[in-house]
Ligand binder design. Sequence first.
Ligand SMILES: O=C(O)C(=O)C[C@]1(C(=O)O)C=C[C@@H](O)C=C1
Length: 289
Amino acid sequence: MGAIVAHLGPNGTYAEAAALAYTKWLHQKTGQECCLRPYPSIAQSIRAAAEGQAHLAVVPVENSLEGSVTMTLDTLWQLDGLQIRHALVLPIVHALLSCAEKLTDIRTVYSHPQALAQCQGWLSQFLPWVQVVPTNSTTEAIENLEQEKTAGAISSQRAAQLYNVPILAGAINDNPDNCTRFWVLSLKSVSEAFNFGENQASHSHTSLAFSVPANMPGALAKPLLVFANRNINLSRIESRPTKRSLGEYIFFIDIEADANEPFVQAAIAELAAYTETLKIFGSYSILPI
Ligand SMILES: O=C(O)C(=O)C[C@]1(C(=O)O)C=C[C@@H](O)C=C1
């Protein structure tokens, strides 16, 4: 049976490119067949995996220029039961797609907010007069181009080929080394039924998030010392609002250690004493893609 893999659509998004890279790796490693299924938003693709409509979801989590994809972090925090199976990092090269003949004809630029932000320097240098309009994905932005000859969309070269739209400018991201990290998510029960190629000896990273019981001195220092005292390196820390009241945060942390190791289990047990709600999103490795 093929595994259904949810991703942000319509076809041609970077999330789909990440899902394709992951399913190719998985097929080579385990022979597992997969079938990709696009969803209109990142949140809906995560919910599809959480509610069992899809076996996996491949979602962007962090970009080298713009930082966290907040919709992914917020949705993961709200839902229960999802685990991170793998991470993968893709280079992101944006192009300006348009049916206009030249840059000076462009009046509106559509794209996903992350992509718009990753090209803000280029936009202010070459198209300072345009109206910038956010869309749910870089490929949703392409829908407007045929009717609106003065519109452009920031998307990938692959999407330009897929939708047969001309590229007016290539490699427009503000840093040539632009890249985005994606997570592969699934319910725990799904990985018991499928072979997701995870039976390697150890995982390089564990991701977790917690809220703290009160805004007081040491509220964050105590949880962080749990890792520092055991020589466990943090590779990332990010805060998001709890959405309850101003100044209350959820902290998302990635550590460079496997939660199956006894010393990491001891750290997590101690961490629970200093946190209000603690969610462990699992241990995983970064795929060599
Ligand atoms: O809109 C897309 O094509 C996506 O896959 C989303 C997304 C993101 O949310 O970060 C993925 C990678 C790039 O960083 C830009 C956009």
